[in-house]
Design a protein around this ligand. Sequence first.
Ligand SMILES: NC(=O)c1ccc[n+]([C@@H]2O[C@H](COP(=O)([O-])OP(=O)(O)OC[C@H]3O[C@@H](n4cnc5c(N)ncnc54)[C@H](O)[C@@H]3O)[C@@H](O)[C@H]2O)c1
Length: 443
Amino acid sequence: MTAATPPTGPPMPPLAGSAGGGDDRPGRLVVIGQGYVGLPLAMRAVEAGFRVVGLERDEGRAKRLAAGESYVEDVSDETLAAALDSGRYRPTSETRGCAGFDIAVISVPTPLRDGVPDLSYVEAGAGTLARYLRPGATVILESTTYPGTTEELVGPILEAGSGLTAGTDFHLGYSPERIDPGNPTWTFRNTPKVVAGVDPASLAAVQGFYDQLVDRTVPVASTGVAELTKLLENTFRHVNIALVNELAMFAADLGIDVWEAIDAASTKPFGYLRFTPGPGVGGHCLPIDPSYLSWRVRRRLGHSFRFVELANDVNQHMPDYVVTRLVTAFNKRRLAVNGTRILLLGMAYKRNTGDARESPGLIVADRLLGLGAVVSCADPHVPDDQLDARVRRVDCSADELAAADAVVLLTDHDRFDFELVGRHARYVLDTRHRLDGPQVEHL
Ligand SMILES: NC(=O)c1ccc[n+]([C@@H]2O[C@H](COP(=O)([O-])OP(=O)(O)OC[C@H]3O[C@@H](n4cnc5c(N)ncnc54)[C@H](O)[C@@H]3O)[C@@H](O)[C@H]2O)c1
């Protein structure tokens, strides 16, 4: 087996042995899927000197990238333009762009379909790569998935389509992505990256690749450990958010301010990690990833992963709880929700991002519409196509705030003027504890 030694920096150094013959063609990386994960990776690799093909099956997206228009908030148009100008980044929706790759990363969605992991995107990506796989090349899976996927699913697809053997003819590994969209402190580059291979040579190839992109790599013994690491991280977050959400509901009934208790607990310098309540969890990770693990546990071991199931239960209930709190507030004012004007602030699932996938705000809006409310929403980040067309989109202006019978703060984007909200809103249900005042109730 020849080693897929990655390039070492700009401008496009030789890739020794990349094509199985020690030729001097520059390192060629293919990133399958140009979304929240794949696009930042592609940009960083271009910056580090790789020639990168960004394979994106959505033709519209590939065209936007080629025109220098980024749809991922953490990648600016300037960064994209610089990558395109370097001549080392080529977005395309044509699979033949994979030809001659030395390293390929699969970063495609891993959703649930009827509660069951849907790995069809991973299968399609691996199937594409298999057609272009050559001896000495390296394939890395980054999509979040249950332990066993790399060896039991991706490896066999690559082998069947190429006639080559993983670990013998080509390198195969897994490296979970940890990006935190909208986080200015912890970026792709300075967040340590866990790396794994199906054998020692694969691990060396995978680690060698990421060592050129990030400040620190963390090798682990198997792809299964790396896959589990990612699910452990997300399950940890999911469970802890569920814990404070459940506490918030109890505390409200007990007449205790849960936020003050959380602040007090957070002064403990050891053994406590701060999580805060909210209207529920959203995005591509928390509502989905832990269920990959519980599905695998049930399937392989025949029993349930109770923490995940409980956390799902609590977190999925939160949008309904928000609506119940709102109904109760109206009831106190002898009002019915039917016909009232409700303004939702923040439809993204996460602060300062434009991602409304699986966002609890969408569920809250749907429930309120079902009760006959006239619902409008303001969000400075989320594009129109992610929102419910029945919900009128407005600016968070003094007029809109004053016109609403109730304002619900769902996601506390920094771009909201909270002082303005406090001044003009008649009643606010604040699920993020950003406001204070006589007209404000906290979750
Ligand atoms: N978004 C995050 O914050 C985050 C963080 C860590 C891990 N992840 C994981 O990374 C993976 C990707 O997530 P994402 O948020 O980047 O998804 P995304 O939807 O933003 O992007 C995935 C892209 O892949 C494209 N695609 C799908 N199948 C393809 C194929 N066969 N060939 C080419 N392109 C294809 C889609 O059109 C889409 O543009 C998921 O497994 C996710 O769980 C996401």
